[in-house]
Write a protein that binds this ligand. Structure first.
Ligand code: ATP
Ligand code: MG
Length: 299
């Protein structure tokens, strides 16, 4: 964390969040990486900038579906008192100044492919999120159509899957329907876009909130940290595809006798560099823009 002279609101595994006045937030994305929910000791160079740049790209692309919370990624738009510290702390390119929303107490998960916990449920019970699916789907298969599978937003511990009607009880029927439709439209647009560029977005989590009564897309959007990215050319139903971004780390950890609790094993420099390259490649494929053009890239 950096002392920016701003009230600290929250820190997650990867991001630190500060208040800017009453109605805005500053989200700083670090280079930290987690695997199996454990933060690795070594940062991944440029990862925070990639996630910031990618979210900014998507907020732009998706604005006609729902407005995004992003106001600026420019240090010059921070409160003047924070700008120098931010520059010295290497925050250029990794900040998002956003509108502050009242977050809906629902995680808007959309799945286009069956994997992870959804695959576990299906192989056990033939259902996903409690709803029966066609028989004979293979692991990682593309679903007949994307499905909205909301969950609660647990402050601690694991989020819990909830039905659409449970979501409607939490936020009201009309808003729940709007949120479902928006989440599906966002996923559809993003996944189609990425697929044409060699990346499958298997599933993702959106977070929506209300700002001045308006539904707003918050948090990060369609990044490898909020979604599962797979290389399309390595996708083969019946197996778990490699992670587009984290596979070098996964491969290392799979080969070790580590019990997935802290402290994490050290990441060799080669693995760190390969992972950094994967994040940058994901950004460049999706946006068609050279990452070198992003403020602070390579710094
Ligand atoms: N525009 C916004 N207004 C208010 N809160 C927001 C906004 N955008 C995101 N948030 C909230 O900020 C928090 C971001 O936290 P972050 O993702 O960094 O950590 P976390 O969710 O606690 O843990 P993890 O590291 O596992 O993701 C979330 O609670 C999210 O709902
Ligand atoms: Mg989070």
């Amino acid at each position: 964390m950096t002392d920016l002279g701003l009230p600290h609101v929250h820190s997650g595994k990867v991001r630190d969040i500060y208040a800017v006045g009453d109605d805005r937030l500053l989200m700083v994305t670090s280079d930290r990486i987690s695997a199996f929910d454990v933060i690795m000791a070594e940062p991944i160079p440029d990862k925070g900038r990639v996630l910031t740049a990618m979210s900014a790209f998507w907020f732009d692309q998706l604005a006609d579906i729902v407005p995004g919370h992003l106001l600026s990624t420019d240090l010059a738009d921070l409160p003047e008192s924070a700008q120098n510290v931010a520059a010295e702390a290497d925050l250029v390119g990794r900040v998002m100044l956003t509108r502050r929303a009242d977050m809906l107490p629902v995680e808007c998960i959309v799945r286009g492919y069956i994997t992870g916990s959804a695959w576990k449920e299906y192989s056990r019970a033939g259902t996903m999120h409690g709803t029966r699916l066609p028989e004979g789907l293979l692991e990682s298969a593309r679903l007949p159509e994307p499905v909205f599978t909301p969950s609660t937003k647990a402050d601690e511990g694991h989020d819990e899957n909830i039905s659409f009607s449970a979501a409607a009880e939490l936020i009201g029927e009309a808003l729940a329907a709007q949120v479902r439709d928006v989440a599906l439209a966002l996923y559809q647009r993003g996944a189609d876009w990425a697929r044409e560029r060699g990346i499958i977005i298997a599933d993702t989590k959106f977070e929506l909130g209300l700002a001045d009564g308006e539904l707003v897309l918050c948090d990060e959007v369609l990044t490898p940290d909020s979604s599962r990215f797979w290389p399309t050319d390595a996708w083969e139903p019946g197996s778990t595809p490699p992670s587009f971004d984290k596979q070098p780390v996964r491969d290392l950890l799979d080969g070790l006798d580590w019990d997935k609790t802290p402290p994490p094993p050290p990441l060799p420099a080669k693995v760190v560099a390969a992972t950094s390259r994967r994040y940058i490649e994901a950004y460049e494929r999706i946006t068609g823009r050279p990452f070198a053009d992003w403020p602070g890239a390579g710094g």
